[in-house]
Write a protein that binds this ligand. Structure first.
Ligand SMILES: [Zn+2]
Length: 327
């Protein structure tokens, strides 16, 4: 990648994202940054890809902390080409792999942590993925799980079956989802890893490095599938655990899964606002403007594999009209 080839994109970005009251805020979402490529997690960047992605971002945009961006968006004082970097869920590689790269490039980021999985836990999707990683090649038959016999010949099959199982469980009510994922995890021939998610110490390490910590509920339920009282407790509980750990207020929230109208609805926006969060982010793609609801800021994930295409994707998002804010 060379910086000169991105100059025309930078000029275009400035046209679509001017400073001040007409500013458009881009917010990127990451989940994991892998220490090395992983065939079962091929959509996640490794350290090498993450570094060049951030280099492209920083050469096209002005990267600022989300909390500052939220305030300046409301006041109409954002710089041109404003962008923020966010991470969801609380994967350990955020601290071990992403943090050193962010520090090397001098870029701030916000980490939304689901507190129920800190110190050795696994989210349901990782229980399934890590189980499929460990079952031996051959036919798997798990009839009591309602599971047709399937043939595993390699990583493609492992990934395909894990994806299908995750999709099938994702939108279940939280307790049911956990029970089913646990039953699958018990099929693993060897113990599942305990170092996939962050430790509490790693969360503190991110905060001590000047990064922002945001709330992402306790157990990452799909709020729209969760009884109201439980949803409210999940929203408040995740935040309290983080505030207790860090000894400072947690002001930002990310909706689990985050699709407006599908994963959360207006009830949850009210719950998040009433809980006192200054802002919240969804996964509705697009940009935010001064007229956006600060409790439903749009985010997106550029996925392209080359710097030029990645830069174009950032630009295309800038031209996407705000979407999905009416729920
Ligand atoms: Zn999440």
């Amino acid at each position: 990648m060379n910086a000169i080839s991105l100059m025309p994109l930078r000029a275009l970005a400035g046209r679509f994202s001017p400073a001040g009251s007409k500013a458009r805020l881009s917010i990127l979402i990451y989940h994991r940054v892998l220490a090395r490529p992983d065939a079962l997690l091929s959509a996640e960047p490794d350290a090498h890809a993450f570094r060049w992605q951030l280099q492209v971002l920083a050469s096209l945009f002005n990267v600022l902390p989300l909390s500052e961006a939220v305030e300046r968006l409301a006041k109409g004082t954002l710089p041109a080409r404003a962008a923020c970097i966010t991470f969801d869920d609380g994967y350990a590689d955020n601290a071990t792999v992403a943090l050193p790269i962010l520090q090397e490039l001098g870029l701030p980021a916000t980490f939304f942590i689901a507190t129920g999985y800190l110190d050795g836990g696994l989210m349901f999707n990782d229980q399934i993925l890590e189980t499929l990683r460990r079952v031996p090649e051959g036919t798997i038959e798990w009839p009591e799980l309602g599971f047709e016999p399937r043939l595993i010949r390699g990583d493609q099959d492992r990934k395909q079956i894990a994806t299908e199982l995750i999709q099938g469980l994702k939108h279940l009510e939280p307790d049911e989802r956990q029970t089913r994922a646990q039953a699958i995890a018990e099929r693993s021939p060897t113990p599942l890893p305990t170092d996939v998610m962050m430790t509490r110490e790693q969360v503190k390490e991110l905060a001590a490095a000047g990064m922002t910590i945001g709330a992402h509920t306790h157990r990452h339920p799909i709020l729209a599938r969760t009884p109201d009282a439980q949803a409210r407790a999940e929203i408040a509980g995740g935040r309290e655990a983080l505030e207790q750990l860090l000894g400072e207020p947690v002001r930002l929230f990310a909706y689990p899964n985050g699709k407006p109208g599908q994963d959360y609805d207006h009830r949850h926006v009210v719950m998040v606002r009433e809980a006192g969060f200054a802002a919240a982010v969804s996964t509705a793609w697009g940009v935010s403007t001064s007229s956006s609801d600060p409790h439903q800021l749009a985010r997106f994930t550029p996925w392209d594999q080359t710097p030029g295409r990645f830069g174009l994707r950032l630009l295309r998002n800038l031209m996407t009209h705000e979407s999905g804010h009416e729920v």
